[in-house]
Structures are given as structure tokens and as C-alpha cells.
Design a protein around this ligand. Structure first.
Ligand SMILES: NC(=O)C1=CN([C@@H]2O[C@H](COP(=O)(O)OP(=O)(O)OC[C@H]3O[C@@H](n4cnc5c(N)ncnc54)[C@H](O)[C@@H]3O)[C@@H](O)[C@H]2O)C=CC1
Ligand SMILES: O=C(O)CCC(=O)C(=O)O
Length: 333
């Protein structure tokens, strides 16, 4: 059997991690034959809670889980990593915008980027989940200059899954029959869920989403705002932010990095924008449609962009430029 992959989850005593760790440990992400060493980082006051999580992982008696390492120390957590899933940070409460989190959370990602630089393998794949996810990811990447920027990505797969599911429900079909929705831009309420290239499989045939849904006003109106506001709607209802669906999206994202995307399908993730062909400003982590092969993503080029889409792509880019500049002014990176 293969050597264990060493996987870090930060915020390991929190609610997303509680939904996530079982799926990783049972092989849903890195493969059913791939042993795993799971490193769990949280802050010192959470160590007693983390001990409980470790006990539960042990009690699952999972064959692939070779080692569980709980810690509050960066030098232990980031050592020799193959994959890092950076969840730990402060979540948004009802009434807060993601920008409110910027100051508190970017400092965490600067310090974790520095730890990746010092201790992780240069091949480590880093997924940033903690909000504001795009800007935190950019700051972590900038703080780890010897790790290629392409190894860093942020989670917009939850938005992607939300968009697929909204279209599927509208058509009365399962979400597996909806492919190639796109989330452009920021994981925030300015994101642009775009269905101009989306296909819906109806009775075995791929049909353009606009023809399948037959309601352009909905697709250009309530559909977009529902996806943009879904995180806030869940917070309002649960008084806590999305956790089960976030964990599922993290698994989808990291599994696609590890094993690649299916031929003809693309997915959305926040990646480094420098060199993109869509006129998005450089030096951002911006969500694009990507395909993945050999653990390497590639932005899907050549998709037609109409004026409606252009305006929304530019608006979310402008928000990211502002977030980046604010973060840089806080941190001086
Ligand atoms: N990108 C996305 O699609 C989504 C992102 N999120 C974000 O994920 C983050 C975590 O959410 P939850 O698990 O619900 O929050 P939570 O509050 O339940 O858990 C966060 C955990 O992170 C820990 N933590 C705080 N600072 C840390 C540090 N410096 N190092 C390590 N651990 C640290 C806390 O002690 C806590 O255990 C939030 O920022 C939330 O906004 C949530 C849902 C979706
Ligand atoms: O909206 C938030 O701030 C937390 C949860 C989240 O990012 C989401 O559900 O999309």
C-alpha cells in the first residue's frame, strides 16, 4: 500500500471540520486505497474539544486512518504536508458582511503562509476556506514565496454546488445532470453565478441551461441573488454558517485536485489570476472555470462573455482589488 498522505485541517475543533474529518479519513477525497495521516490544528483554548474529536476519529475504526496528530503548534502542524485545508478563522455572524472579517482573519493567513513556507513540502496543495477566502488565500500565497502560486486555491465550490442545485431543482432533475455552471470572482455577495455555458442533461441529451429552464428572467435575476445570498440565508436560519455543505464542497474541491476533473466538465475554484485571458486584473485569487489534470488546474479559455456577464465579472473583480489593497495595508505584505 502507498505511503500515507499527510493532510492538515485547521480549525479542526470547529463545525466545518466536524462534518469534514470523517469524509477525509474514510477515503472520499484522496482515494479508497490511500492511507492518511491527519494533522489537526486549532488554538490552545480549543485543545480539550479537539481531544474529543480525536477520540471520535479513533472510535470510527477507519482502515485508512494511520495517524491523528492534534496540535496548537505551527511547527508541528505544517511539517512535511502534502495537503493543507485551511478552515480555522473567525466565522461571520448574522448581520456581518465578509469584509468585517478581513482584519481579524488575514493576519491568521499571513502567519500560516509563513509556516507553510518554513515547514511544508514545496509540492503541498493548499485550499483556503476561512473567509474572506479569496483574499486570505492570496495573503497565504504571498507569505509562502517558495511554494508555487498555482498550489494555492480557495473554495468557491460551495457556490458552484449551490448554483447547480438551484438549476436542477428548477428543472425537476438531480444535480448530477447539471454541468458547467461557473462562479466568477469573489466568494461573497458580489460573486457572479453564470449559466451561459451550463448544460442540463435531459433524457440523455445535453441542452443549454437557458433552453432547459425556459425562464430567462429567473436565471438573470432571482437565481443569481439566491446563490449570492445563500451563505447569509443559512446563517439567518441556523444562527451558524453553512457547515455540512461546506464540508461536502471541500471534499469535492480537494478530490478534483487529487484525481482530476471529468472530460468535458469544468468546475469553479478561486485561483491566481495572473495571466488569465478574461481581462481579470492580475494578482488576485479570483474564481474561474477550471479543468484539472495531474494535480494541475487550467483556466477554461475561450468562453464567450456577453455584456451582462462582463459587468458582473468586473464588479466582483473590483471588490477583490479593494479587499487585497486593504489587506496589504493592514499587513504590509
Ligand atoms: N469558502 C466557503 O465556502 C466557506 C467558508 N466558511 C468559513 O470557514 C471558516 C470556519 O467556519 P466554521 O468551521 O463554521 O467556524 P467555527 O467557529 O465553528 O470553527 C472555526 C475554528 O477555527 C479555530 N481557529 C481560530 N483561529 C485559528 C487559528 N489561528 N488557527 C487554527 N484554528 C483557528 C477556532 O478555534 C474554531 O475551532 C469561517 O471563516 C467561515 O466563514 C464557511 C462556509 C463556507
Ligand atoms: O457567509 C459566510 O460568511 C459564512 C459561510 C459562507 O461563506 C457561505 O456559506 O458561503
Amino acid at each position: 500500500m502507498a505511503e500515507p498522505v499527510r493532510v492538515l485541517v485547521t480549525g479542526a475543533a470547529g463545525q466545518i471540520a466536524y462534518s469534514l474529518l470523517y469524509s477525509i479519513a474514510k477515503g472520499d477525497v484522496f482515494g479508497k486505497d490511500q492511507p492518511i495521516a491527519l494533522v489537526l490544528l486549532d488554538i490552545a483554548p480549543m485543545m480539550p474539544v479537539l481531544e474529543g474529536v480525536v477520540m471520535e476519529l479513533q472510535d470510527c475504526a477507519l482502515p485508512l486512518l494511520r495517524e491523528v496528530i492534534p496540535t496548537d503548534k505551527g511547527e508541528v502542524a505544517f511539517k512535511d504536508l502534502d495537503a493543507a485545508i485551511l478552515v480555522g478563522s473567525m466565522p461571520r455572524r448574522d448581520g456581518m458582511e465578509r469584509k468585517d472579517l478581513l482584519k481579524a482573519n488575514v493576519a491568521i493567513f499571513k502567519s500560516q503562509g509563513e509556516s507553510l513556507e518554513k515547514y511544508a513540502k514545496k509540492t503541498v496543495k493548499v485550499l483556503v476556506v476561512g473567509n474572506p477566502a479569496n483574499t486570505n488565500c492570496l495573503i497565504a500565497a504571498k507569505s509562502a514565496p517558495s511554494i508555487p502560486k498555482e498550489n494555492f486555491s480557495c473554495l468557491t465550490r460551495l457556490d458552484h454546488n449551490r448554483a447547480s442545485s438551484q438549476v436542477a431543482m428548477r428543472c425537476g432533475i438531480s444535480a448530477e445532470f447539471v454541468k458547467n455552471v461557473i462562479i466568477w470572482g469573489n466568494h461573497s455577495s458580489t460573486q457572479y453565478p453564470d449559466v451561459h455555458h451550463c448544460k442540463v442533461n435531459k433524457q440523455g441529451k445535453d441542452v443549454a441551461c437557458f433552453d432547459a429552464v425556459k425562464d430567462e428572467a429567473w436565471l438573470k435575476g432571482d437565481f443569481i441573488s439566491t446563490v449570492q445570498q445563500r451563505g447569509a440565508a443559512v446563517i439567518k436560519a441556523r444562527k451558524l454558517s453553512s457547515a455540512m455543505s461546506a464540508a461536502k464542497a471541500i471534499c469535492d474541491h480537494m478530490r478534483d485536485i487529487w484525481t482530476g476533473t471529468q472530460e468535458g466538465n469544468f468546475i469553479s475554484m478561486g485561483v491566481y489570476s495572473t495571466g488569465n485571458s478574461y481581462g481579470v486584473p492580475e494578482d488576485l485569487i479570483y474564481s474561474f472555470p477550471v479543468t484539472i489534470k495531474d494535480k494541475t488546474w487550467k483556466i477554461v479559455d475561450g468562453l464567450a462573455i456577453n455584456d451582462f456577464s462582463r459587468a458582473k465579472m468586473d464588479a466582483t473583480a473590483a471588490e477583490l482589488v479593494e479587499e487585497r489593497d486593504t489587506a496589504v495595508s493592514f499587513l504590509g505584505v
